[in-house]
Ligand binder design. Structure first.
Ligand SMILES: Nc1ncnc2c1ncn2[C@@H]1O[C@H](COP(=O)(O)OP(=O)(O)OP(=O)(O)O)[C@@H](O)[C@H]1O
Length: 279
């Protein structure tokens, strides 16, 4: 017996399903892009206002619904005025970015970055120089970069080693890498509150795990006590990595095929909006 699918699914129903899926996909992507940035607070505010408006309309609270309507009407204008510099920066960023991405150049830069990281980490591990280095991926780390000393420097093994030399002004805290540049040093990362983290691990490791719980960043830790090299990502700690495994993880996590690395227009725009003004 054959099923006549046209009776089960009309074109209209299929269009509705696609419609809902596309909207959910866009919301999901938006959440991924703004996760860990100040834009989350703005989005949260908008969602709260919308929820209040929907509930008050549903329950019949006319005055509150009317107030929420005005808040939304004026809120759009106020948001544009308040965030005018960020919006302009976002549009400029979008204008500068190529539709086809800068994938090739980025991949070369990433390979160079991995070389620099490898050189520095091997040097520091041998000499038990403590280090904490976080690399931004999709989630913006701007609010953590803002806690450190801004550098905006090209990555090199020598510079990274210099930063972590004990008793120098920048050695305490984390180096934060953004778009193949050292954005800041001496940054403060959020500490994990996970009670199951081994008691032998101190705050350096806890900070690395903490950041990996709130973002998709990859954080390298060199232990001052043991010289162990670890990587924290996605709430997990890969401990005591061999040189070979360390490089392998970095390559797997940071060098993606060219096609995947293409920054799309929305990412360019959001990164422009959420970028901290370094001037
Ligand atoms: N929240 C934080 N953000 C950034 N860096 C931090 C944070 N907390 C601690 N650190 C860094 O970790 C150092 C303290 O490391 P601590 O000895 O407590 O950690 P650990 O995990 O035992 O590491 P190690 O094995 O190197 O001793 C601080 O001097 C500072 O540089």
């Amino acid at each position: 017996m054959s099923i006549d699918w046209s009776t089960v699914f009309t074109w209209h129903q299929l269009a509705n399903v696609i419609d809902v899926l596309v909207v959910w996909f866009c919301i999901y992507k938006l959440i991924l892009m703004v996760r860990g940035t100040k834009a989350v607070q703005l989005l949260r505010g908008i969602v709260i206002i919308l929820v209040i408006k929907i509930i008050s309309e549903y329950v019949g609270l006319q005055t509150i619904a009317w107030i929420m309507d005005r808040v939304i009407q004026w809120g759009v204008l106020a948001t544009i005025i308040i965030f005018q510099p960020e919006l302009r920066r976002g549009l400029e960023h979008l204008g500068r970015g190529s539709l086809f991405g800068k994938a090739k150049r980025e991949t070369n830069q990433t390979v160079k970055m991995i070389d620099g990281l490898d050189k520095a980490v091997q040097y520091m591990a041998k000499r038990r120089i403590g280090a904490l280095i976080s690399i931004e991926k999709e989630t913006r780390l701007d609010e953590y970069i803002a806690t450190g000393i801004p550098l905006d420097a090209d990555i090199s093994g020598e510079l990274l080693i210099n930063i972590f030399i004990p008793n120098t002004p920048l050695h305490d805290g984390a180096v934060l890498i953004k778009q193949n540049k050292i954005a800041a040093a001496a940054g403060y990362l959020p500490l994990s509150e996970n009670p199951f983290i081994s008691k032998e691990l101190g705050t350096r490791h806890r900070a690395a795990i903490g950041l990996s719980e709130v973002s998709d960043a990859l954080t390298i830790i060199v232990s001052e006590e043991t010289g162990e090299v670890s990587i924290a990502q996605n709430s997990e700690l890969m401990r005591d990595l061999t040189h070979e495994n360390f490089v392998k993880v970095l390559e797997q996590q940071l060098v993606t095929p060219d096609s995947k690395k293409k920054p799309n227009m929305i990412q360019e725009f959001i990164s422009g909006i959420t970028r901290r003004d370094s001037k």
